[in-house]
Ligand binder design. Structure first.
Ligand SMILES: N[C@@H](CCC(=O)N[C@@H](CS)C(=O)NCC(=O)O)C(=O)O
Length: 210
C-alpha cells in the first residue's frame, strides 16, 4: 500500500515524467486515471488547477512534473537520486532543463496541436521532425561514451527530455494502441544519425512501466 496518488493522463509526456521518476525511485503509487475527455474537475478539486500530472502525498499536493521530481527528491531521501548535490552540476542541469522545455518539447507540441485541430498538413510533421532531429544533435554528442545526458546515471534532465523524444520514435505496436499515438508515429520522426539518442531514450522510457 502507498500514500502517493498520481492524477495521471496516461499518454501525456509530462505525466510520463512523473511515472518514470516514481518508478526510478521505487515509490509505489496509485493512479487516478484522467481520460483525455475528462472534465478535469477532480484535478482542479485536488490541486486548484486543471493540468496533469499532480501528486498527492498524505496532506501535500504537488502539481507540475518538474515540481513533482523536486518534491520526491527532497521528501524521499533514501531513494535513487535524480538531482545533483554538487552546485555546478545542479546549475548546469537546471540550464539544460530550461533549454529542453523550450526546444525539445516544441516539435511534439506542434504535432499535438495539429492533431487537435483536426487538420493534417504534412508540412507541419516535416518541420517538427526536422526540428527534433536538429535539436537532438547535442544529445548525440553528450551521449558519446555516456549512458545519460549528464553522465552515467539517470537524472531529472533525462526524464525531462525522453518522453518528448519518444514521441518521435514510437514503435508500431504502441502506435496501434491509441489514435494520438498513431498520429505521432505517422507524423513525427526522430530521423537519421540519432542512434545513441534512440538507445538512451529507450533506457529512460524503460522506467515507464505499469
Ligand atoms: N508544466 C506542466 C505542464 C502540464 C501540462 O501541460 N499538462 C498537460 C498534459 S501534457 C495537460 O494537462 N493539458 C491539459 C489537458 O489535457 O486538459 C508540467 O510539467 O507538468
Amino acid at each position: 500500500m502507498t500514500d502517493v496518488v498520481l492524477y495521471d493522463l496516461a499518454l501525456s509526456p509530462n505525466n510520463v515524467k512523473a511515472r518514470i521518476a516514481l518508478n526510478y525511485k521505487g515509490i509505489a503509487f496509485e493512479r487516478v486515471d484522467i481520460p483525455v475527455d475528462d472534465d478535469r474537475s477532480r484535478v482542479v478539486e485536488a490541486s486548484g488547477q486543471p493540468l496533469t500530472p499532480v501528486i498527492r502525498h498524505g496532506d501535500v499536493v504537488v502539481p507540475d512534473s518538474a515540481g513533482i521530481m523536486r518534491y520526491l527528491e527532497a521528501n524521499f531521501p533514501d531513494t535513487p537520486k535524480l538531482l545533483f548535490a554538487d552546485r555546478p552540476a545542479m546549475m548546469e542541469a537546471n540550464r539544460m532543463e530550461k533549454w529542453i522545455l523550450q526546444n525539445i518539447n516544441e516539435p511534439a507540441n506542434m504535432v499535438f496541436s495539429q492533431f487537435m485541430s483536426g487538420e493534417r498538413d504534412p508540412a507541419v510533421g516535416e518541420e517538427a521532425s526536422g526540428l527534433l532531429n536538429e535539436r537532438t544533435a547535442d544529445f548525440e554528442a553528450r551521449l558519446e561514451g555516456h549512458e545519460f545526458l549528464m553522465g552515467d546515471t539517470m537524472s531529472f534532465v533525462d526524464i525531462t527530455a525522453a518522453p518528448f523524444v519518444a514521441y518521435g520514435m514510437l514503435p508500431e505496436a504502441k502506435a496501434a494502441q491509441h489514435p494520438i499515438a498513431q498520429y505521432f508515429h505517422d507524423e513525427l520522426k526522430l530521423g537519421q544519425g540519432r542512434e545513441r539518442t534512440r538507445a538512451w531514450c529507450g533506457r529512460v522510457m524503460a522506467y515507464d512501466r505499469p
